[in-house]
Design a protein around this ligand. Structure first.
Ligand code: FDP
Length: 327
């Protein structure tokens, strides 16, 4: 007997119809799925085709640009344009906001098409993360700088593992797997497990003595209770936390022996990294805070490439670290 699975598109169509929504979001999601599959193709063949190395230029942040960064960015923008549904895009790869279809578009999208650069030369998992907000259909245009709580959806592909996770506003976080026909199938609702047995902590352990004293103290008091896992790509690390429970954190760096290397504002990007995983986490019953213990989804971005510290995962752990951070 053949086992037939529900496809992502069928799932989303049902969802939109159930909530009396238009098909515009479906068309945008179709574009993102096509982009992810296209990027995955380049990534899988990257070592053989010489695409896993440096592009030879440096971005506005002074970081070396990878060939795959450029490929992933170009692919994503192509599909966003073709969808006709995007007003402006904010990409990790460009300093400026990209006008995609300012007149006819309906959504703002914030994305990082290839996150977790240290994994790229090895062909190991990376993330394609995105958050989506809707144009203000009534009243004056209110710009593209939206807090995570105002996103309508946020998701991530873990490339090249063939997994896709999508958080839908007030409708849960869902995981899909790619099948032999390259469709994402089998919607599985993600709920952070309450059972602490499987919980994991995930952070760059080599940074631990650069964190604030209170965060170091929290780690010392809690680390032995949980397993420790760190891949070095947010999407991959968060993928595990969402399934097993626990906490991923990238705290502010404030005690580096070389003060120039401190990152008091954190490392991760608010709009297309932290808010994206925070949104999925909230829809799965979890939460996320920044270094001040403020909920990530409540933080109003002042600029589109704003950085933040991030603590995301199971609610009891986020409440606990939140109290410490606010204290
Ligand atoms: P990367 O800089 O390697 O692209 O986006 C930032 C990010 O990756 C996250 O995906 C990841 O969780 C983190 O930074 C890894 O940083 P460290 O190398 O400092 O651990």
């Amino acid at each position: 007997m053949i086992r037939f699975e529900q496809t992502f598109m069928n799932f989303l169509l049902e969802h939109q119809e159930k909530h009396n929504r238009t098909h515009h979001f479906l068309i945008l999601m179709d574009g993102l799925i096509s982009a992810a599959k296209h990027i995955q193709h380049y990534y899988l063949t990257g070592a053989l085709k010489g695409n896993l190395g440096l592009a030879g230029n440096v971005n506005v942040q002074g970081e070396n640009v990878l060939r795959m960064d450029q490929i992933a960015h170009e692919i994503t923008l192509h599909y966003l344009k073709v969808s006709g549904r995007v007003i402006h895009a904010v990409s990790e790869e460009t300093e400026e906001i990209i006008p995609v279809n300012p007149e006819g578009g309906r959504y703002f999208i914030y994305f990082d098409p290839l996150d977790g650069s240290s994994n790229v030369p090895h062909g190991l998992p990376v993330g394609f993360l995105f958050g989506i907000a809707k144009r203000n259909l009534e009243g004056p245009e209110d710009g593209h700088l939206r807090a995570g709580k105002d996103y309508i959806a946020a998701g991530m592909f873990v490339i090249p593992t063939g997994t896709f996770t999508l958080g839908l506003k007030d409708a849960g976080t869902w995981r899909f797997h790619i099948d032999e026909t390259m469709n994402f199938v089998r919607p599985t609702r993600m709920t952070l497990p309450e059972d602490k047995k499987e919980w994991e902590l995930s952070f760059n352990a080599s940074n631990r003595y650069t964190y604030s004293e209170k965060v170091q103290k929290w780690i010392a008091e809690n680390e032995s209770k949980y397993a420790f896992r760190y891949l070095g790509a947010l999407a991959g690390d968060f993928h595990r936390v969402l399934a097993n429970g626990g906490m991923f954190m990238y705290p502010a760096i404030v005690n580096h022996p070389n003060p120039k290397k401190n990152r008091p504002d954190g490392k991760l990007r608010l709009m297309y990294e932290a808010a994206v995983v925070a949104f999925m986490c909230r829809e799965a019953g979890g939460d996320a805070v920044d270094e001040a213990g403020t909920r990530i989804l409540d933080v109003q971005p002042k600029k589109h490439h704003q950085r933040t510290a991030l603590y995301v995962g199971s609610k009891p752990l986020i409440e606990d670290i939140g109290r410490v951070l606010r204290g």
